[in-house]
Design a protein around this ligand. Structure first.
Ligand code: SF4
Ligand code: SF4
Length: 108
């Protein structure tokens, strides 16, 4: 298995675990600073990653900002774990950046 495929599968596994409860939205400092833009929350980033991976969304430069603006503070992960889901959100976003840098989120 290639490294690119492994990274993709790790991210896909995490984003698929998200059950869209949205408990992680309000605690995200970048969501708070955006005054309500859901794509600037943990949930929003996870959904965009999911759509990019399954091809439902075509890559746009604006998505790079969404991934790189995450502060990796883990507030979202604490809430997700408390609510019983435990999505590895920060790692998924970090790997999303890596795929982005490698052109793996761009449609060929
Ligand atoms: S708290 Fe976890 S399961 Fe709920 S929306 Fe956020 S990432 Fe998904
Ligand atoms: S780690 Fe990123 S997505 Fe999660 S709460 Fe912090 S800024 Fe938001």
């Amino acid at each position: 298995m290639t490294e690119d495929k492994t990274v993709r599968e790790v991210v896909l596994k995490e984003v698929t675990k998200c059950r869209s409860c949205r408990f992680c939205v309000d605690v995200c400092p970048t969501f708070q600073a955006s005054e309500g833009v859901e794509s600037m929350s943990a949930y929003g980033r996870i959904q965009i990653l999911r759509y990019l991976l399954d091809g439902a969304l075509e890559f746009d430069d604006a998505f790079a900002y969404l991934f790189y603006s995450c502060l990796q503070c883990k507030r979202c992960e604490e809430v997700c774990r408390e609510k019983g889901q435990d999505v590895d959100i920060c790692n998924a976003i970090r790997l999303g950046r890596r795929m982005l840098a490698g052109g793996l989120l761009h449609k060929s």
